[in-house]
Design a protein around this ligand. Structure first.
Ligand SMILES: Nc1ncnc2c1ncn2[C@@H]1O[C@H](COP(=O)(O)OP(=O)(O)OP(=O)(O)O)[C@@H](O)[C@H]1O
Ligand SMILES: [Mg+2]
Length: 238
């Protein structure tokens, strides 16, 4: 289990006030909250890239950085490396043969078979995001952190990527923390939605999602949307 109970200040200004939530193994936790509520900072703290007050533990222990895969909002691919070479980046300390076959396998998993030798400039935005996801999956992380990975994609590509990510997660059952501004995306993907509100931000509520079917127009889906929106909305009045 991943346990988070943290506060964070920058230059004496508190931005997160005792944010607390948990993720069981295989949970897909979506974090929503207005801009500036500390979502990226929270992921960076879990990844060990940012200091914090409080505790973050995985199976009762401090998190080992090696067990973390991070997918950034901007794809952060190296432009001078091909898709395959970008995926190999995180694997470079392993044996070469093993790494190349692993990198090919994850590229296939994200639907990029045949694009291994393309440079980022030769890929579409959605394909670049897939390389970013493949790179994070390649190291076989126990915890996958994703910071608005689909924010820059058009609606249709975004929905397609959500479907694919859902399938990958169903297969791999990683523990995922996924930041998004889209309530729809959070409910479609999440087993839990954590709502952050206020300044400094607190966890306003955690909603467990259990959809019979992943259909965005269904009554149960819309009911969840209302619940998330209600938790978010008092703050959005200002
Ligand atoms: N390195 C830093 N130094 C000082 N303040 C910072 C730093 N990083 C973030 N902040 C501040 O912390 C707050 C939270 O930032 P963060 O990037 O975590 O927000 P966010 O929820 O990810 O926002 P968005 O939805 O716009 O991406 C903001 O007010 C930001 O200005
Ligand atoms: Mg952010």
């Amino acid at each position: 289990m991943l346990k988070i109970s943290v506060s964070k200040s920058f230059n004496g200004k508190k931005i997160i006030e005792k944010a607390e939530f948990r993720a069981e193994k295989g949970d897909f936790v979506c974090i929503v909250g207005e801009s500036g509520s500390g979502k990226t900072t929270l992921l960076r703290m879990v990844a060990g890239l940012e200091s914090y007050e409080g505790e973050i533990t995985f199976r009762g222990e401090k998190i080992d950085r090696k067990s973390i895969g991070f997918v950034f909002q901007d794809d952060r691919l190296l432009p001078w490396r091909t898709a395959l070479e970008n995926v190999l980046f995180g694997l470079e300390l392993r044996g070469e043969e093993e790494s190349i076959s692993k990198a090919r396998k994850v590229l296939e998993l994200v639907g990029l078979k045949g694009f291994e030798d393309h440079y980022p400039s030769q890929l579409s935005g959605g394909q670049r995001q897939r390389v970013g996801i493949a790179r994070a999956l390649a190291i076989d992380p126990e915890i996958l952190l994703m910071d608005e990975p689909f924010a820059s994609l058009d609606e249709l590509t975004r929905e397609k990527m959500q479907e694919e990510l859902n399938q990958i997660w169903n297969r791999e059952k990683k523990t995922v923390l996924f930041v998004t501004h889209s309530i729809d995306e959070a409910i479609f993907l999440g087993t839990k939605v954590v709502v952050l509100t206020g300044i400094p931000s607190k966890v306003r509520g955690v909603i467990d999602i259990s959809l019979k079917k992943r259909i965005r127009t269904s009554d149960e889906f819309i009911e969840y949307k209302k619940r998330v929106f209600e938790l978010l909305s008092p703050q959005s009045m200002f």
